[in-house]
Design a protein around this ligand. Structure first.
Ligand SMILES: *Cc1c(COP(=O)(O)O)cnc(C)c1O
Length: 389
C-alpha cells in the first residue's frame, strides 16, 4: 500500500505543472481552498422546519451561510437563491421536481447536440416518472429550430422547457422561447452549468435571469468554484416549491465548507467577474482561430464560439487521430483537455493567459506529434493567479 498522503502530494505537484483547458473545470483560489479545507468540512448545521438548529456550535456556520447566500444573490441580482446543492445535477433534480408532475413532460436539447445526458429518458425522466421530448435543434448552426419547436411544444404541452447544454457555444433567443413557453403554460428552466461564471460576468446570455423562471447549475465550470450547484429565481411561489424539494428529498447534508468557499468565490466574481468573463470569451474565439489557422479543424467557422468553449471537428481524425488520441497527445505535453473534443478557456484566463496565437500554435504542434513540453513550461512560467482578492 502506498501512503495516500504521498500520492496526493504528487498529484498536487503534477497539477502545478500542467495547463488545464477542460471546459467543465476552473481554477480555485487559495482562499477558496482555505475554506474547503477548514474545520467546516467536518460539521453539520441543520435548521429544522420549526426554525431551531438540530446541531450545536453553529452560530458562526449560520452566519457564513447567510453571508454566502447574500453574496450569491447580489452577484446575480436575484431575489431568491438556493445555495446548498452539492452539484449542478442535484440543482437540476430540484428544479425539475418543482416544475414537472409525475407523468408530465419536459423538453430539452438532445444529447446528440450537446444537451445534458441527465435529461434524457433513461435518467432523470425515468427516475421521476416523467416524459422527455427533444427540442428540435440544428447542429450545424447551433440553434434551436424555433418554428418546429413552437409546433411541437403546442402538441406535447411540456410543463418545463429545459435549456442548457454541455457543449455550448451560442446564446439562445430567450425572448422567443419565453413566448413559446407562455403559449403552452411551461416553465423555462435555464441550466447554466457551463456558462454560470460568464452569466455572472454579463458576457453570456445576459437575459438568463430576466427571461427564464429559474437559472441553476454548477458553480465550478466557468464559475470560480468550489464544486457545487446553485438555484436562482425571482419567483417567490416557485422558490417555495424549490424549498419543498430540497432537504430529505434530494440531499441531507450540504457540506458547510462548500458554502463558505462559494461565498468567497461569489465575492471575487462581484469584483472581477466582468473583466474575467470578457477575457474568457475573447480568448476562446482567438484560440479557435489560432488552432484553425495552424491546421487543426475547429467547428462553427467563421464565428466559432460565443462562450468559453472551442469545439474540435471530427475531421481531424484522419490526420491527427480521434478526440481521445488528441487528448492523450496533449496530455503527454502537460496540456489537459477532455476526450470529447471540447477545449475551455476559463482556467487559463484565470492564470492571466492572453496570447492565444502562441497557445494555439503550441497546442497544434503537440497535436501534430511534436514535443512541446518546454514551451508549456515557458508559458506556465509567465502566468500568475488573477481575479482573486
Ligand atoms: C455539468 C453539467 C451538469 C451536471 O453538473 P454537476 O455539477 O457535474 O453535477 C448539468 N447540466 C449541464 C448542462 C452540465 O454541463
Amino acid at each position: 500500500m502506498a501512503p495516500m498522503v504521498d500520492i496526493v502530494d504528487r498529484y498536487e505537484r503534477y497539477r502545478r505543472n500542467v495547463l488545464n483547458l477542460q471546459a467543465s473545470e476552473n481554477f480555485i483560489c487559495s482562499h477558496v481552498r482555505m475554506a474547503l479545507g477548514s474545520d467546516l468540512a467536518a460539521r453539520y448545521s441543520h435548521i429544522m422546519p420549526d426554525g431551531h438548529n438540530a446541531y450545536g456550535g453553529t452560530d458562526k456556520i449560520e452566519e457564513i451561510y447567510t453571508e454566502s447566500e447574500v453574496s450569491v444573490k447580489a452577484l446575480f441580482k436575484s431575489k431568491f437563491a438556493e445555495i446548498r446543492p452539492t452539484g449542478g445535477h442535484i440543482a437540476a433534480e430540484i428544479c425539475i421536481l418543482s416544475s414537472v408532475k409525475k407523468g408530465g413532460t419536459l423538453m430539452a436539447i438532445p444529447e446528440e447536440y450537446g444537451g445534458y445526458t441527465g435529461y434524457m429518458q433513461p435518467y432523470l425522466p425515468d427516475l421521476y416518472s416523467m416524459k422527455y421530448e427533444p427540442i428540435p435543434y440544428n447542429g450545424e448552426t447551433q440553434e434551436i429550430i424555433y418554428d418546429e419547436f413552437e409546433a411541437k411544444a403546442k402538441e406535447v404541452k411540456p410543463q418545463a422547457i429545459v435549456l442548457g447544454q454541455s457543449f455550448l457555444v451560442k446564446h439562445y433567443d430567450l425572448k422567443r422561447i419565453r413566448e413559446i413557453a407562455d403559449s403552452c403554460g411551461a416553465k423555462v428552466l435555464y441550466d447554466g452549468s457551463h456558462p454560470m461564471g460568464l452569466i455572472a460576468g454579463k458576457k453570456f446570455q445576459p437575459d438568463a435571469m430576466a427571461l427564464s423562471d429559474v437559472l441553476y447549475g454548477s458553480t465550478h465550470k466557468t464559475f470560480f468554484g468550489p464544486q457545487g450547484g446553485i438555484i436562482l429565481t425571482n419567483d417567490g411561489d416557485f422558490f417555495t416549491h424549490i424549498q419543498e424539494n430540497t432537504v430529505w428529498k434530494t440531499f441531507d447534508n450540504y457540506h458547510p465548507n462548500h458554502i463558505a468557499a462559494l461565498g468567497i468565490a461569489a465575492q471575487d466574481l462581484i469584483q472581477f467577474g466582468e473583466t474575467y468573463a470578457s477575457w474568457v470569451v475573447s480568448n476562446s474565439a482567438n484560440l479557435a482561430r489560432a488552432l484553425q489557422d495552424s491546421g487543426i479543424s475547429v467547428k462553427y467557422a467563421p464565428w466559432y464560439t460565443e462562450s468559453h468553449q472551442v469545439i474540435l471537428s471530427s475531421d481531424n481524425r484522419e490526420k491527427y487521430g480521434d478526440f481521445r488520441e488528441i487528448s492523450k497527445k496533449l496530455g503527454n505535453n502537460n496540456i489537459i483537455v477532455d476526450t470529447e473534443g471540447r477545449i475551455g478557456t476559463s482556467e487559463i484566463t484565470r492564470l492571466g493567459l492572453t496570447d492565444m496565437m502562441k497557445l494555439g500554435q503550441v497546442m497544434s504542434d503537440a497535436i501534430k506529434g511534436k514535443d512541446v513540453r518546454k514551451d508549456v513550461t515557458e508559458i506556465l512560467r509567465n502566468t500568475g493567479v488573477k481575479y482573486c482578492r
